[in-house]
Design a protein around this ligand. Structure first.
Ligand code: GDP
Length: 434
């Protein structure tokens, strides 16, 4: 899956290789091709459009990085956006110490039963004690399939009876758990070939009675755009907490599955990659994006970006002091105007309103204020009491109000940097420092 998508995106970006500069028209042509390749891979129309818009926005707003060629820079933005589209950070279903009750929902044939068995096997190998529940009250064959699977992986299976009521199932489960301790119960619910009102009602009722801690929707990647309609319908009617994509080893185009996260807003937890019980992998957006874009290319790119980061050692943003501020100001003075420099910092330029400018006179006064402080005061403005502030104002030829404003601005900036640093630590995947 995704081979042709991979080839086409890379070909589009490859056309830019060897160019020192690219125009906006070049960029647009490349983005058009990327959009076509996404659509051809069956990525949802809205998703493809949004993807390309974001890449364009980011690429144009980004400062030119000397260590990267334009092609590399675009590739890296495409990579970042692809990871984002697939959900960003890898996520796992909520797994408490005990009392985990997971519902598996999805259409018949999606791979729901197989995936229930795979999950039980996966968590058993991690030291959990899973129990499978075969909860299709109408299809004995479905229950039998799970029973056989359970035997194979050595996980007990609790089967409902034909037409059993949800309250009875709940009571039987509670009863079972009193003599057989289990910390993860995986309920393989009923599936039908199509979205069916009666089935939805039944599932909603079972869910209400049992109160699962996760409701995992199993989505067949081979079914194209239909998979997205099904996902939306299940989420609207039952409420879904996460997705599992099956049959990613198939030869379908797969783009619809790639859109599932964006369309439903739910994280993709796992991917099914074979019929075997071992064929289930935690879903890593970054790894899949790397696979789609070609590992080799990205490796080099990531290394270069890392190198650039090493060569420009950064102070821990949280530790910044007024002394740093003054050093920065002096350096910036050497390089050009404050406004110009702000515009060069990736990430900042996009945050500034158009036509933004800094009053250079104001900067001079700020510098004078900081210079009138003792080194100790610059390092720790908290010691600045009223009499110190008065002394500084007099020394710098400014007013106490101005001194107060500077300190306030500094504290606000520090707070903002702290938030940014936290976001960065959480995001943690960016190719570039922001
Ligand atoms: P259910 O009706 O939703 O319970 O679907 P099943 O679990 O019976 O699966 C339907 C078919 O899909 C079976 O033949 C499975 O072996 C197959 N299947 C399920 N998951 C995968 C997968 O990740 N890869 C492949 N290749 N086949 C799968």
């Amino acid at each position: 899956m995704f081979e042709s998508l991979s080839q086409r995106i890379r070909a589009a970006v490859d056309k830019l290789r060897g160019r020192g500069r690219i125009t906006e028209a070049d960029l647009k042509a490349t983005l058009r091709e990327i959009r076509m390749s996404l659509l051809e891979a069956d990525v949802n129309f809205e998703v493809a459009k949004n993807f390309v818009n974001k890449v364009q926005e980011k690429t144009l707003g980004q400062a030119v990085l000397e260590s990267l060629t334009p092609a590399e820079q675009i590739l890296s933005v495409v990579y970042e956006e692809l990871v984002e589209m697939l959900g960003g950070e890898a996520k796992q279903p909520l797994l408490k110490n005990e009392g985990n009750l997971w519902f598996m929902v999805g259409l018949q044939g999606s791979g729901k039963t197989t995936t229930s068995g795979k999950l039980a096997h996966f968590y058993k190998s991690k030291g959990r004690r899973p129990l499978l529940v075969a909860a299709d009250t109408q299809r004995p064959a479905a229950r039998e399939q799970l029973r056989i699977l359970g035997e194979k992986i050595g996980v007990p299976v609790l089967e409902v009876a034909d037409g059993e009521r949800p309250e009875t199932t709940r009571a039987r489960l509670q009863q079972h758990l009193t003599f057989d301790y289990r910390d993860l119960v995986i309920v393989d619910t009923a599936g039908r070939l199509q979205i069916d009102q009666a089935l939805m009602d039944e599932l909603a009722q079972l869910k209400q009675v049992m109160g699962p801690s996760e409701t995992l929707l199993v989505v067949d990647s081979m079914t194209g755009q239909e998979a997205l309609n099904v996902s939306k319908a299940f989420d609207e009617r039952i409420g879904v907490t996460g997705l599992i994509l099956t049959k990613l080893d198939g030869d379908a185009r797969g783009g619809a599955a790639l859109s599932a996260r964006y369309v439903t807003g739910k994280p993709i937890y796992f991917a099914g990659v074979s019929e075997k019980v071992e064929g289930l992998e935690p879903f890593y957006p970054d790894r899949l994006a790397q696979r789609i874009l070609g590992m080799g290319d990205l490796q080099t790119l990531l290394e270069k970006a890392r190198q650039a980061e090493l060569e420009a050692p950064q102070k821990d943003l949280k530790e910044i002091t007024l002394e740093d501020l003054i050093t920065q100001m002096r350096q910036m003075r050497k390089m050009g105007s404050f406004t110009e420099i702000l515009g060069m910092i990736p990430g900042i330029s996009r945050m500034l309103p158009p036509g933004f400018s800094v009053d250079e006179k104001q900067v001079n006064r700020m510098e004078a204020i900081v210079l009138s402080m003792t080194p100790k005061e610059r390092r720790d403005p908290r010691i600045l009491n009223a009499s110190r502030r008065k002394r500084i104002a007099a020394g710098s030829g400014t007013t106490v109000q101005e001194v107060n404003r500077l300190i306030k601005t500094f504290e606000d900036t520090k707070q903002m940097l702290k938030t940014l640093a936290k976001q960065q630590a959480r995001g943690g995947r960016g190719l570039f420092r922001r």
